[in-house]
Ligand binder design. Structure first.
Ligand SMILES: [Fe+2]
Length: 374
């Protein structure tokens, strides 16, 4: 008998009382669980009981710094109680609305860009069990929203905002302790590029250094800026770094054309006739190196659809990172946009009370052996 459960989260609630949020990414996390068994489907949904959500509901006000929303100092101070906290990670949200992962040990964790927003849930009832506490002392406030998780490894990136760079870390199943594989120092800019996601191959972790960089200043600013927690620094250039998963050694660090991406799609190693790896290929949804996409995901814009696409074009961007020591990598469209579309085209306006659309997600067919069998 084949059975299984599919769980997703995402922003699902965009108001607190009469106050309406402005950006898609601010929504308080809603979990959706689909349980397939015996040819039948049982479905349910539930809010994730993050501190931020609980405090907002209790006080009918935003109490933590969300993606674009910031609490009035009095709300936050009333809730947490010290001025210093306003300028530390304590005021950041734990609204775990960007992903759900099942660790190798079976625990199910919801995630967001802040480390404190790692929340363990019960996959059967969708109940919030509690915060996932990292037991190491690696620190940092943020991490990649999309770690790479398999049955035997959990890999993620921790940006270092003080000494611009990234820690590449690994966590074993059954453990809450992240161990450092290695460190990448940024080659441009005064802060690391945003790493919402990153690609890995069989032997390598690829660390993208995007010119859309974190801004510690904007992270703590009282009013949203056009690029929210980020700043666009084309002059700081763009780079891709390739780190060996086992040794932590950087085997390539190349300059690439400017790019903007949230999501990497796939990555693999290119080999020569003798089986030696000559390059790493990584595909992503690339927004034509235009950071405007962030602001275009405002709810007002998304809800303004009148038959015309309100989102800027995107493409499947393919990086080729040579491992032969050359200083440059390439970035090209992997698919013809005229034939395969421009990423997130809006062709339809669909609306149903109480219902939120989400992106498609690949689920392998039970027993599948081919990578695209699903
Ligand atoms: Fe994402």
């Amino acid at each position: 008998m084949q059975k299984g459960t599919y769980i997703r989260n995402g922003p699902g609630m965009w108001n607190i009382g009469d106050y309406n949020f402005r950006h898609l990414f601010d929504g308080y996390a809603t979990l959706v669980g689909l349980h397939f068994e015996n040819g039948r489907l049982t479905a349910g949904h539930r809010q994730i009981e993050s501190q931020a959500y609980q405090a907002a509901r209790k006080n009918q006000k935003i109490c933590y710094r969300e993606f674009s929303e910031v609490p009035k100092a009095e709300n936050f101070l009333a809730y947490v109680g010290e001025l210093a906290s306003l300028f530390s990670g304590a005021s950041l949200t734990d609204n775990a609305n960007t992903g759900v992962v099942k660790l190798g040990d079976g625990r199910v964790v919801c995630l967001t860009e802040t480390q404190k927003g790692s929340i363990v849930i019960d996959p059967d009832t969708l109940e919030t069990i509690g915060k996932f506490e990292y037991s190491d002392s690696l620190g940092g406030l943020i991490h990649s929203a999309h770690p790479i998780v398999t049955d035997n490894e959990f890999l993620t990136l921790i940006p270092d905002l003080l000494k611009p760079g990234y820690l590449v870390v690994k966590m074993e199943p059954g453990s809450n302790e992240r161990n450092v594989i290695g460190r990448v120092d940024c080659r441009g800019g005064s802060s690391p590029g945003w790493v919402h996601s990153f690609p890995v191959t069989q032997h390598y972790v690829i660390v993208p250094e995007m010119p859309l960089r974190y801004s510690a200043q904007n992270l703590l600013r009282a009013e949203p800026t056009p690029l929210y927690k980020f700043q666009w620094h084309p002059e700081s250039k763009a780079f891709m770094h390739v780190m060996c998963k086992t040794s932590g050694k950087i085997v390539a660090s190349v300059e690439v054309p400017l790019f903007v991406t949230f999501h990497f799609i796939n990555a693999y190693e290119e080999e020569d006739e003798d089986g030696r790896v000559t390059a790493v290929i990584a595909d992503c949804c690339e927004h034509n190196s235009n950071p405007d996409i962030l602001d275009k995901l405002k709810l007002q814009n998304l809800r303004s659809f009148n038959g015309k696409d309100v989102l800027p074009d995107a493409r499947v961007g393919r990086f080729r990172i040579p491992l032969d020591g050359s200083p440059y990598g390439t970035l090209e469209a992997a698919l013809d946009p005229n034939e395969h579309g421009r990423g997130i085209d809006m062709a339809k306006n669909w609306h149903e009370e109480g219902v939120v659309p989400s992106e498609p997600f690949f689920v392998p067919r039970p027993g599948a052996t081919e990578e695209d069998d699903g």
